[in-house]
Structures are given as C-alpha cells and as structure tokens.
Design a protein around this ligand. Structure first.
Ligand code: AMP
Ligand code: MG
Length: 403
C-alpha cells in the first residue's frame, strides 16, 4: 500500500509514449501544437485600405489643396482591385480591405469628403499614408507565429488557416480502452434482473477520457472469470496505449484483474493507495502500455480517474497544465478524518461575495453517484485531521465544472 503522494509521484514520472500526429485544423481544437508555425506569407498579404473612402496620392493633395476637387476615376472594392493607373489629381473609390492602387498612398475616409458626380471634395486635410494597412506590417514570411507547446484554440487555428496551412502537427492523445468487470453488470439500455445493475461506469469513464482529450477506442464488459479477463485485457492492450478497467481489483475471489495482468507479464507499479475512496486502485506497465485498474464503485472509479488519470492523459498530450484546476475555498463546516487514509471529500463549491465556499456533501459513500453528481470537486483531508469551519482549503475542480 502506498500513500496518495507516492501514487501521484509515480504517475507523474511515468514515461508517456507520445506520438506526433498531423491533423486537419477542424480536428485540432484543444490539442497541443508539436511543431512551431512560421509565416509563409506576409500579413497583410497586400497593401489595403483600413476604411471605406477614396485612395489618393498625398503629393497631389499637397499640390491641389482644397481648392480643386479630385476626380474619381474608378473603384477598388474588396476582391476587385482597381487595375489602371491614377492620373494626376485622380482618386479611386475604395472599400475596407480592398487593395490600394499601386499609385496611391493615402485613404481619405468617406466621412471626410463630399462627392458631386465624379468630383471629390476633401473636407479634412489628410495625413500622408493614413488609413493604409501596408503589406507585411503585421509579420513577414518566416516570422514565428505560434510556438510548439501552444494549446490550440480557435484564434490559433484561424491564424494557421490564414497562412494556407491546412494540417498541423499535434501531440497525439493516447488511445484508451475501457474494460468493466462484473457479472452483475448489464447494458444501460437493459432492464436489470434481480441482483443486476446497470453499467454506468463505462459511460462515465468513456466521457471522462474524452474530456481529457483522449479518444476511447474500445469499451468492453468482462465477466468475473480469469480466462475471459486475460483474453479481454490482451485484446484491449493490442488496441490501446492505456487500458482502464473498473471493478475486480479488490481481494474477493471473483476479482481477477491483477491476476490476469500478472499472467500477461505486466509489472505492477502499485496496488492499493492509502485513500478513501479508491483504495484498491492498481497500476501496471508492460513496455509502453499502461494499465490502470480502478475500483468498481462509481465514486471511487471517478475520483481515481480525475485525480490520477486525467492529469496523465493530458500530460501524454503535452498539455501545458495537465492537472485539475484548483482554487482556494473556505470550509463552511468542520471536516474530520478519523482514519489512517487520506479522504477525498466531495464538496459543493459556491462563489460568495469575496470568497469561494466549500460545503462537504452530507453523504459520502462510494456507491452513491449522487455524491459526485452533486459535487463540483473535492478536497484532500489528511489522516487524523480535523479542519475547522472557516479554514481555507485547496479544492480540486471536476473537469468542466464551473464555480
Ligand atoms: P468491485 O470493485 O468489482 O468489487 O465493485 C464494487 C461495486 O461497484 C459493486 O457494488 C459493483 O456492483 C459496482 N460496480 C462495479 N462495476 C460497475 C459499473 N461498471 N457500473 C456501476 N457500478 C459498478
Ligand atoms: Mg466486481
């Protein structure tokens, strides 16, 4: 049996067999960029107008001043450049984003002119070069746009797309397989017979892995039978980088997960953590494959997943902040741990005027899904510890929870 801190440290140092994958941009959201992106093209790609108005040569204005009107000789609209030359004293009607005609250098906004037929009266003296976005002023080809390690959000992907780059190198998430063990389990769509229960862990673990960015390549139920368990683990290991099981890791005679892993020559990393819930958690490795046996109780399975595996799945993808978000919260009531195991106490978190409060859920049994469905996260309470009401604690937020 190891402590929570030892389990955390073992998992934090576990090597991840990360691969680099090339993905279309629409499938790279939330992924971590594996190779830097440099500019291929300048931005703006061509000199263009920042305003709707009229493009002129500033030197003409200096010569003509306000006395003589300019003559409108054509138009440059977005996507439809003005092709000709501009004669002396000529102006080209221009819209925002449209290419500045080669001879022009200044844009006079519509607000600053009056138009009479093709005569353009400039009412406000322009500054040379005003309202012109010069090609390459944002960046030039070769400029570093996004460093490797960046978490990709829509603006990053838009910037990449604007360069005509359609695929990005990202750190591939691990492929996860889920095995749920238990003869009592039936599909969530089935009507359980007496003694049977619906397998809610499959769904929970599958969605939790997806929240960590890892696709689940297979979900299978396994009976409480050693040979079947060995076969199912072998199949899962062939398809996945990480296999996560639920149930069958306690000391009952129907618990076969550990024995199956021993037969398959996995090296045990640990079995049992001094914690509640989730004490029977088991971890093993075989070359680059990882296996995690979570307890069957839904609360135990979820707490073990979010505390240990969520960070691991994200670290595998080089996530800049793999761990659960934490925040300081003020306990609304006393919490006591009178056991020699660390307690993960599920709490409801509320944002009050000047602090966040944490209220332990009154019922904490590990079979009660309501104690995780009703919580926003959890706090760690060390063995033999009493935390008074008003104490500030570190609360771990469940993935996706908002406070
Ligand atoms: P075990 O860890 O196999 O001893 O299972 C502990 C408890 O969790 C038992 O009450 C099981 O019925 C329950 N349990 C096991 N697997 C699941 C599952 N996939 N979904 C919901 N409950 C489960
Ligand atoms: Mg079982």
């Amino acid at each position: 049996m190891i402590t929570v801190a030892e389990a955390e440290s073992l998992l934090a140092h576990l090597p991840c067999a990360t691969r680099i994958e090339h993905r279309p941009l629409t499938q790279a959201i939330g992924c971590i960029l594996a190779e830097p992106i440099r500019a291929r093209e300048p931005s703006p790609p061509f000199t263009n107008s920042a305003m709707d108005g009229y493009a002129i040569r500033f030197a003409d204005y200096q010569r003509l001043g306000n006395a003589t009107p300019f003559r409108i000789v054509g138009e440059s609209a977005a996507g439809h450049p003005y092709q000709g030359e501009i004669p002396e004293g000529g102006a080209v009607k221009i819209s925002t984003g449209a290419p500045l005609p080669a001879d022009a250098d200044t844009v006079v906004p519509v607000e600053d002119v009056t138009v009479d037929g093709d005569a353009l009266h400039i009412e406000q003296p322009p500054r040379k070069g005003q309202h012109v976005k010069v090609a390459g002023t944002e960046f030039s080809p070769g400029a570093m746009l996004i460093n490797a390690g960046q978490l990709l959000l829509p603006p990053h992907l838009a910037l990449i797309a604007s360069q005509g780059i359609t695929q990005v190198a990202i750190y591939a998430p691990p492929r996860v397989a889920i095995l749920v063990s238990g003869d009592e389990l039936v599909d969530i769509t089935a009507e359980p017979q007496f003694g049977q229960i619906r397998d809610s862990n499959s769904l929970m673990l599958q969605l939790a892995a997806a929240q960590a960015g890892a696709p689940v390549v297979q979900v299978r139920r396994v009976p409480d039978h050693l040979a079947a368990t060995i076969a199912a683990v072998e199949e899962a290991v062939a398809k996945a980088d990480i296999v996560i099981s639920s149930g069958g890791v306690s000391v009952g005679e129907h618990d076969h997960i550990r024995t199956a892993l021993q037969r398959l020559e996995f090296q045990e990393l640990f079995w049992r953590i001094k914690q509640k819930p989730g004490k029977p958690m088991f971890a093993a490795t075989r070359s680059e494959k990882l296996f995690f046996g979570l307890p069957g109780n839904p609360v135990s399975a979820y707490i073990c997943f979010v505390h240990y595996l969520y960070p691991l799945l994200r670290r595998w993808q080089h996530h800049p902040r793999p761990h659960l978000d934490t925040l300081d919260a003020v306990l609304t009531q006393e919490v006591q741990n009178t056991q020699d195991r660390l307690h993960f106490v599920r709490v409801r978190l509320r944002r009050e005027d000047d602090a966040i409060t944490a209220t332990p859920l009154p019922r904490q049994a590990s079979y009660m899904l309501t104690t995780i469905a009703g919580a926003d996260g959890y706090i760690k309470v060390k063995p033999w510890t009493k935390l008074p009401a008003g104490a500030t604690v570190t609360a771990y937020l469940f993935p996706g929870a908002v406070v």
